[in-house]
Write a protein that binds this ligand. Structure first.
Ligand code: ZN
Length: 140
């Protein structure tokens, strides 16, 4: 298990990907909490197979950030979803994109010891999904 914090004013997703690459985490589970000063999320339209980008230029608490790390385009890639709350406690959420600016963020990564899942295009959904149906962790 790896725990840490991400730098103030850095980009949440880029920083998580940079951390995974630097620490050679090629597969794992990610959980994070904290706050961001702006949010950039997306919603995937299942009919058109297109992402709808949602941008919010004000602060949010990160109620829950949950995701995974696997290999996309030959490098560690964090797939992260965020549940955020505003000053009135109203909640929004979505798929995390580059463009979420960290105010403060603490994370936990549980690395996976098995083969790193690789993302490839899934024709049925139009998404880059894991190429195999399942992966099993190797015992050490
Ligand atoms: Zn997603």
């Amino acid at each position: 298990m790896i725990i840490g914090k991400l730098p103030h004013k850095s980009d949440l997703l880029r920083e998580l990907n940079r951390f995974a690459k630097e620490h050679e985490v090629v597969a794992g589970f990610v959980q994070l909490i904290g706050s961001i000063s702006r949010a950039r999320l997306s919603y995937y339209d299942q009919k058109t197979h297109a992402y709808q980008v949602l941008e919010f230029e004000h602060p949010y608490e990160i109620i829950s950030g949950t995701g995974n790390i696997s290999i996309r385009d030959g490098a560690p890639f964090a797939h992260l979803h965020l549940v955020l709350s505003d000053k009135d406690g109203k909640v929004i959420g979505g798929h995390c994109l580059d463009g979420c600016t960290i105010f403060a963020a603490e994370f936990i990564i549980w690395p996976f010891n098995g083969p790193a899942p690789r993302r490839t295009l899934d024709p049925a959904t139009g998404l880059l999904l894991w190429e195999k149906d399942s992966y099993r962790e190797e015992s050490r």
